[in-house]
Design a protein around this ligand. Structure first.
Ligand code: M6R
Length: 362
């Protein structure tokens, strides 16, 4: 059941500290600065990888984009992220040392399964990051990593997104340590932040009353925009997807620097802008983007790190500083914002029109 919540989505948002503890339990070895993941792919192959291709759809695609930003600096390898339905394997591509990673909560998404089959045809090594033990994808790939988020009933992916990114952070650490490109000390720093994640998420959940007030204040807006840089850019995309799918209101996420290249034309006093001012990606530059939209009259809700002045934003929501995981924590605030906008509008939050939890057609 919903355990006293009005919607599964609300329950699942609040389950996140627990889901995260499950995702990381037994998987952190701070002494060696490594993740213990029972990966079956052999170390020699992992050391020889010269390209990683991530394939996924929707929210899982956003987790893939986040993972790219996490993995690339830790290992000297290019990570390409493709929307699964757009994925193509070109003739002459070096298939020997490519790892193809499918990110899929259900493990049943037809587009993602089909991308994996395209990768397997010329012999590429495949890996799945999934929530579902025994799912179709796990039977087709060479190896899997489970995110252990527990069942997610609401169509909108919430806890599984956060658990996917967390599992992918553990995987990135494992790759970096195995390849020798990440030191034990730097690995331990990443793991320390992962360990702090459940409590950091809880502190944003505790701010729900203020977030609900903001949602109620802006529920009648024409559209909502989310802007972020670096690791916050995929979170901006994900936040907009969540808001549009459950509220049926126009929402878009942009790389903050792209605003002036077109989207700025849409900004008015009726389009609130939610800005991720995370420490990990030049918040000063994003401050300038905030000024651009404020001078067009848009109300700005800044998601700012504690101690980082967001005083020029009309509203701020404080996010604990968690290094490269901070934008992930900020995503909790935009989940709650989306939920309360949709709830205020009386939408059928757990089953939005036209959508299915698991999309088994291409
Ligand atoms: O099960 P998957 O992760 O493969 O599903 C992919 C998308 O259909 C899914 O993430 C979808 O975008 C979300 N339910 C939206 O909230």
């Amino acid at each position: 059941g919903k355990a006293g919540h009005n919607h599964y989505m609300h329950k699942e948002i609040h389950e996140q500290p627990y889901a995260l503890r499950q995702a990381i339990s037994g998987r952190i070895d701070e002494l060696s600065g490594n993740a213990s993941l029972n990966i079956e792919l052999d170390d020699e192959f992992l050391r020889d990888i010269d390209e990683i291709q991530i394939v996924a759809c929707g929210t899982s695609y956003h987790a893939g984009l986040y993972a790219k930003e996490l993995i690339e600096p830790l290992i000297d390898v290019t990570v390409r992220v493709d929307i699964a339905s757009e994925y193509e394997v070109y003739d002459g591509h070096d298939t020997q040392n490519t790892l193809v990673v499918a990110v899929t909560q259900s493990g049943e998404t037809a587009d993602t399964l089909s991308a994996i089959r395209r990768a397997k045809a010329p012999g590429m090594t495949t890996f799945a990051v999934t929530n579902t033990v025994g799912s179709t994808i796990t039977r087709e790939v060479d190896d899997s990593l489970f995110i252990k988020a527990g069942p997610e009933i609401g169509v909108a992916a919430t806890k599984t997104f956060v658990s996917q990114v967390t599992a992918l952070t553990l995987f990135a650490t494992y790759l970096g340590r195995t390849r020798g490109t990440l030191s034990a000390g730097d690995g331990a720093d990443i793991l320390k932040n992962i360990r702090r994640l459940p409590n950091a998420v809880q502190s944003v959940l505790d701010a729900e009353p203020e977030i609900k007030c903001l949602a109620e204040q802006y529920v009648d807006s024409d559209a909502f925009f989310f802007i972020g840089r670096g690791l916050a850019q995929p979170v901006a995309l994900e936040s907009a997807l969540k808001l549009k799918e459950i509220s049926y209101t126009h929402a878009e996420g942009f790389a903050a620097g792209e605003l002036k290249h077109g989207p700025l034309a849409l900004v008015t006093e009726n389009t609130p802008v939610l800005a991720f001012l995370n420490e990990s990606a030049s918040p000063k530059e994003t401050f300038n983007n905030v000024k651009e939209v404020e001078s067009r009259g848009a109300p700005v809700i800044g998601l700012t790190t504690k101690g980082n002045s967001g005083s020029f934003c009309k509203h701020t929501i404080e996010i604990p500083n968690l290094g490269r995981l901070e934008p992930l924590v900020a995503n909790i605030a935009t989940q709650l914002f989306a939920y309360h906008v949709a709830n205020e509008m009386g939408r059928p939050i757990d089953k939005p029109r036209n959508l299915a939890k698991s999309v088994t057609v291409e």
